[in-house]
Design a protein around this ligand. Structure first.
Ligand SMILES: Nc1ncnc2c1ncn2[C@@H]1O[C@H](COP(=O)(O)OP(=O)(O)OP(=O)(O)O)[C@@H](O)[C@H]1O
Length: 268
């Protein structure tokens, strides 16, 4: 829970974040100097065209990839200064992950999948919190089922519960509804939003889907590795309008203020 921290303090920040893959003529500047604060107890969506750097930004923030320069800070910890052991510990104990492909262990039950991160970290299960999370995702009567016996939506809800059960500082979700129909997507996104409202969770989600993005408090837009747009309290219509205006003006010329007058790139 996050109640003891001031609401204004971001849960994660990037400053001058640059990521270059490869070198020489074939070097790709996937992130080209990103400055952003991710709000504590907020749900932030990241959008942008294919190849714009969304996954790279998320991976650098989550310690899954190392920036070339600049800083990525999560809960006051500079990710770039951590060694592999520290990064593994951070990911295991302070971060939650949800991927498009569910990534459940097929031989384990739903309950065993949910508690797996705690079991690996040898952290005792907080029964009351586990019950609250299981109930919130609506899986109480499915806990003994294996992933193969669950629908895609139910499997992703297991993955959501697994990401939340250790009370992470941030849940990073990469296209969490990419494999789901619209009904299941709505359930998963509604749950993620409620985890923010009811459990004080902070969520950062990459998505291509304007409807999915509209569940967030805020949507960031990337193009060519730069932050080019930023809107608060999105609706599918405002997200689509912003995407349209960025397409018209071109990413190199669209300042965040043009995309939305309502918030700045570093507002949380
Ligand atoms: N491991 C890598 N090696 C080389 N180039 C990479 C690597 N990972 C990403 N890139 C390149 O960096 C750029 C940004 O990629 P990234 O995956 O972050 O974009 P994205 O916005 O998440 O795209 P998508 O929506 O298609 O998933 C792309 O040009 C991509 O080809």
């Amino acid at each position: 829970m996050t109640a003891s921290r001031p609401a204004a303090s971001p849960i994660a920040s990037a400053r001058g974040l640059v990521k270059v893959y490869g070198g020489g003529d074939t070097a790709v500047r996937a992130l080209d100097g990103v400055d952003v604060d991710f709000g504590r107890g907020r749900m932030t969506a990241i959008m942008g065209p294919s190849g714009s750097g969304k996954s790279t930004l998320m991976h650098c923030m989550a310690g899954l990839d190392r920036p070339t320069s600049g800083s990525a800070v999560v809960e006051g910890e500079e990710i770039g200064r951590m060694n592999e052991r520290q990064l593994t510990k951070l990911r295991r104990t302070r971060l939650g992950f949800i991927f498009q492909a569910f990534n459940l262990v097929p031989t384990l039950t739903a309950l065993e999948n949910i508690t797996l991160p705690l079991d690996i970290a040898r952290t005792p299960v907080d029964r009351a919190h586990l019950d609250a999370v299981v109930q919130a995702v609506g899986l109480t009567d499915r806990l003994g089922h294996k992933p193969g016996e669950l629908s895609g939506g139910q499997q992703q809800r297991v993955a959501c519960a697994r990401a939340l059960v250790a009370r992470p500082a941030v849940v990073f979700a990469d296209e969490p509804t990419g494999n789901l129909d619209s009904t299941s997507s709505g359930e998963v996104l509604g749950f993620l939003r409620r985890s923010v409202e009811d459990l004080g969770q902070s969520v950062v989600m990459v998505t291509h889907d304007p409807t999915a993005a509209s569940y967030a408090h805020r949507v960031l837009f990337l193009a060519d590795g730069r932050l080019v747009g930023d809107i608060a309290d999105p609706t599918p219509e405002t997200v689509l309008a912003t995407l349209g205006s960025l397409r018209r003006t071109g990413p190199r010329h669209a300042a965040p203020a043009e995309a939305s007058p309502s918030s700045s790139p570093t507002a949380s």
